[in-house]
Structures are given as structure tokens and as C-alpha cells.
Design a protein. Structure first.
Length: 187
């Protein structure tokens, strides 16, 4: 092996000009060097491209996962908030019955009236705890998004288009109408 190194050194010495300069590089040697340089850069750039593509896929997949997580959390919250809606709708006629009974009882039955009022208030408080609110609609403008017009009656000019009487109270569960108020509208 030492002999080969010695021979290589002798060849290099022979190739050096008398001036001590290294002989000029030929075009063939330049092309080979450029090809080697390109081939060396090519795997690196390919790896960089692959890495950039993998990062892009990762970012997109992570964003998709986050969107899915947020969407399922929102759906779960909506399900919880509206899960009791059907039960509450079934309780509303009972609330109406309490109100009608309260109006129908004679004033002489004060003890009975107090009992009804107490039960009625308990039921209303329970519903309020779950986000149920009774609409206050008397003398407000008729709104088809909140009210159901049962009939129209003739009224003076300032009451036209306004609610004259509430036949059945409307209720909202948070910001959603769960029962439209049945009203009489002035025309």
C-alpha cells in the first residue's frame, strides 16, 4: 500500500509544471466534478423536499384532528344542552294547567290558592334552573319568529300589529324557542 501511495505522489510530481503550478483542469474533469457535486446535492435536496412534504402532511393532519376535537366537543355540549328539551316541552302544559287553576279557584279558598301557587313557583324555578324562560309578550310587536297568531281583532291605531292578549305562554330554552307564544294580534 505504501508503494501505491509513493507511485501516486510521483505521478503528481510529474504532472506539476516546471513553474510549480498544478496543470489546468480539462473540460472532462470539470464535467465530472459538476456531476459529482449535483449528485451530492440531489439526495440532500430530495431529503429536504421529503421533509417539507412530511411537515406539511403533519400540520394538515394535526389541524384536521384539532378541528375534529373541537367539533365533537361542541356537538357533545349541544347534546347535553338540548337533551332535556323534550322533557321540558312535556312539562309546559302542566305549567299552563297550574296557571289556569290559579285563575279559576275562588278567592275564598285562600289555602288552596297558596298551595297551588307554591307548587307552581317550585316548578317554574326548576325549569329556570335548566334555562327555561317564559316569554313576556303582552303589548309587544308581533314577531313570527317568537309568536303564533291565533286570531286578529280590531283595535285602535296605536295597538295595530301588537299583541293584545296571550292565549298560551311561549317558552325559550336558553336562546331557542321551544314553544311559540299563542297570541291575539290587533289589526
Amino acid at each position: 500500500m505504501m508503494e501505491k501511495n509513493a507511485e501516486t505522489e510521483k505521478e503528481l510530481e510529474n504532472n506539476i509544471d516546471a513553474t510549480g503550478d498544478v496543470p489546468p483542469v480539462t473540460n472532462d474533469e470539470t464535467e465530472i466534478n459538476e456531476d459529482l457535486h449535483v449528485k451530492m446535492d440531489d439526495p440532500t435536496s430530495k431529503l429536504k423536499d421529503d421533509l417539507a412534504e412530511a411537515k406539511d402532511k403533519y400540520i394538515r393532519l394535526y389541524a384536521e384532528f384539532e378541528n375534529h376535537r373541537k367539533r365533537t366537543a361542541k356537538e357533545k355540549l349541544d347534546l347535553i344542552l338540548s337533551a332535556n328539551e323534550d322533557l321540558i316541552r312535556m312539562l309546559l302544559p302542566i305549567v299552563d294547567d297550574f296557571e289556569r287553576a290559579e285563575k279559576a279557584i275562588n278567592e275564598s279558598d285562600a289555602k288552596n290558592i297558596e298551595g297551588y301557587k307554591l307548587i307552581h313557583q317550585k316548578l317554574k324555578r326548576l325549569l329556570e334552573q335548566y334555562g327555561v324562560k317564559q316569554m313576556d309578550v303582552n303589548e309587544s310587536e308581533f314577531n313570527p319568529d317568537l309568536h303564533e297568531a291565533i286570531t286578529q281583532i280590531e283595535v285602535e291605531d296605536e295597538k295595530k300589529g301588537k299583541i293584545v292578549e296571550t292565549m298560551e305562554a311561549g317558552y325559550m330554552l336558553r336562546d331557542k324557542v321551544i314553544r311559540f307564544a299563542k297570541v291575539v294580534v290587533g289589526k
